[in-house]
Structures are given as C-alpha cells and as structure tokens.
Design a protein around this ligand. Structure first.
Ligand SMILES: [Zn+2]
Length: 384
C-alpha cells in the first residue's frame, strides 16, 4: 500500500483575498473536514503533516529576489506604489493583510510535500499548492508564488527527472515558461483551450524550445467537454508520454476548476470523472519507469465551487492513499443552511448532454488536439 501524506493545517485556510474574490482558501478547510469525517485521515498508511513557510531561498527558486522583496513590501505604505509593476492591484491579484505570510506558507506546504517523498512517503498531497500561473517577476491569475516551479527546481537540483502533469482547467503557463528550454523536465497541461479561457496560451504547437523541444505538451479542449472526451484525450497522450520519459518523480497539479459546477470555467467534468483521472495518475506513478514506481507529489490549484472542491480533493486523497470512497457524504460534514455543506453523495449526478451537433464538435476538437500532439511529440520519444 502507498504511504500517503496530506500537508495541511488550518493556517492555510484563514486568509481572504477580497470579499468578492472567487479564490477562497476556506475551501481547504472544507476539504480537510470532509476527508476527516469520511475517515480518510485515520488510515494506518496516512499521515497529516503541518506546513511551514517557504524560505526566501526557496522562493527564489522560481522568482527574482526583487519580486520576493516587493511582495514583502506590499503590506507597507509604499507597497501600493509598486503593486502594479508586479501584477498586483484590484482584480485577479489583490493585496490583503498578511499576503506575504499566507503565500509563503502555501508555497512552503508544497516544499514540505517534496521533503516527505524524500523519506518513506510515496505520495504527498499539498492542496494549498499548485499556483501555476505566477511568473518570475509577476503575480498572475490568483497566483503569487509558483510552488510547482519551486518544487520541480528543488528536485532537479538533486539530479531527478520530473514529469509534471497539470489537469487544472487553465493552462499551466508559469510552469511551462520555467522549463520550456530544458529536456530534464517534461510538462504536460490539459485544459480548456486558450481560445476561450485565461491565460490564452497552451496550444498544441507550444512544444518547447532548443534542448526542450518536444518536452512541453499542451492538450487544449473545447468548452463543455465532459468526462468521456476528457478521459479519451488523457489516455491518448499522458500515459504514453510519461512512460516514455521515465520520470524519477511525478508532480501533478490537480486543479478542480474543470468541474461542471465551477463558476469561472466551462468544462463539464463530474467529481467522479476527476477522481478517475487522479487514479490514472496514481497508476502512472506506479509503473512509469519500465514497470517500477516513482514518487508522486500532488498539488492543488484552481477550484471555485466550494462543495466540488471539498468532494473532489477528499476523493483524490482517498485515491492516493488507496482507500474506498463511500457513496454517501457523512452526515457530520453537512450543516443546514450552508449551501457548501448540503452534499449528499461524493459522486455527481450526470450533467445533461449537449445536443448531438454540439457533442460532435466537442469530440472533434479533442480529436484534433490528440492528432496534432501525437504527430508533433510522439516521434521525439520514439512512440509509434
Ligand atoms: Zn484554474
């Protein structure tokens, strides 16, 4: 059985970006309460490990020292003057009290996951991590510090080969950017096409540059793509590439804004569809090095329907720690009058199907992305 660690404390879930902001860290405490109520955290092969703040040295694995210093200054009186230069301001990346401490702790939770897998832990899940849009000198898309980049650079510094698979609804642009010109890290992102969604990148022809040509894979999908087309696209691209790459560590970004109830995106996955993808990632970690297993770091990411986040990530942790998921949500999790805590079952009822012509367009969109990627990338890895 896999040894699993959940990197969590309530300190990760207390900050508020702004009253109207869709990113609500409280979602992490809902996920933790649900996983706990369902008994997932009591299994003998599960441990919960508290996060610590990332050090400045760790933050500069992904960011310029100037940017790290600027985020520290944001709370001070001259902070406002420099905010816009680094991507902060009203809108996506607001300034709020304690921003540096809250974000350094989220990034540190991902670093703790990396520490855990250096020991006897096989899979470590840091749901506060996965902030994949942040750039070296700029906040972007609700992301201040790019913890996936920090984690991958720390592993690469030990000579480890890393495959990064990003299933957030948005393109993992910040992570792709960091490793675009190297063949030491394979990045794969499945997402709603940049034609329709932030950040507007992640097309099939973004395959890497120089030595990294062929080591950056992007699988864009049409709005309203559901479980079936999603699974077909994933199966066609992700397992062959990861197995051909033979990573020492699999790092996954598990944004759950692909969910059909997500208020800011347009894919149509169910929680069980999402958990099925996580199970496939677990299977890949189990045999991606010529049948040998590799370690697995799982990070969070987007997810803006709080009930879907709680269910999806609790299910993901059950999958990682190889536990059965019951049908019913434990009564103790629910609370009358709280729309987030009135969930009956872990699985979602199937969403209504779009009409046939639309369904065909969605499938054809996925087919095109699959064919283009196979033509562009499979020859690089000798996959026939
Ligand atoms: Zn997202």
């Amino acid at each position: 059985m896999r040894q699993a660690a959940l990197i969590y404390s309530d300190d990760l879930a207390t900050h508020v970006l702004s009253d109207e902001h869709p990113m609500r860290p409280i979602r992490l405490s809902y996920m933790h309460e649900l996983a706990s109520a369902a008994g997932f955290l009591d299994a003998p092969n599960s441990r919960t490990v508290a996060p610590r703040p990332a050090s400045d040295e760790e933050l500069t694995l992904a960011h310029s020292a100037e940017y790290v210093e600027a985020v520290k200054q944001l709370g001070s009186s001259d902070g406002l003057g420099i905010a816009a230069r680094y991507g902060f301001g009203p809108g996506d990346n607001p300034i709020y009290p304690g921003i540096f401490g809250a974000q350094a702790l989220a990034a540190g939770s991902a670093m703790v996951a990396a520490e855990q897998i250096a020991g006897d832990v096989d899979v470590a899940f840091a749901p506060a991590g996965g902030l994949h849009h942040a750039m070296p000198g700029r906040a972007s898309g609700f992301c201040v510090f790019n913890d996936p980049v920090m984690v991958i650079r720390s592993l690469a510094a030990k000579g480890l080969r890393v495959a990064y698979v990003d299933i957030d609804c948005h393109h993992g642009d910040g992570v792709q950017h960091a490793f675009y010109d190297t063949d030491a890290v394979l990045t794969i992102s499945l997402h709603e096409s940049g034609q329709f969604l932030f950040p507007g990148t992640g097309f099939t022809n973004e395959t890497g540059a120089g030595a990294g040509d062929g080591f950056s894979a992007n699988l864009p999908l049409a709005p309203y793509t559901g479980d079936e087309d999603y699974a077909r696209a994933f199966d066609a691209i992700v397992p062959p590439l990861v197995r051909a790459f033979e990573p020492d560590v699999l790092v996954t970004q598990l944004g759950i804004d692909t969910h059909m109830l997500d208020p800011i995106t347009h894919l149509r996955l169910t929680a069980q569809g999402f958990a099925g993808t996580v199970a496939k990632l677990g299977a890949l970690a189990g045999d991606s090095r010529k049948g040998e297993s590799c370690k697995w770091i799982a990070l969070g990411g987007g997810g803006y329907d709080l009930g879907a986040v709680a269910r999806g990530w609790a299910m993901a942790y059950a999958v990682m720690s190889e536990q059965d998921i019951p049908d019913r949500i434990p009564e103790s999790f629910n609370s009358p009058g709280d729309s987030t805590r009135n969930q009956r079952e872990f699985a979602d009822p199937l969403p209504p199907e779009p009409e046939e012509a639309v369904r065909n367009q969605i499938s054809a969109f996925a087919d095109r992305s699959i064919e283009q990627l196979q033509a562009l990338l499979f020859p690089v890895f000798g996959i026939s």
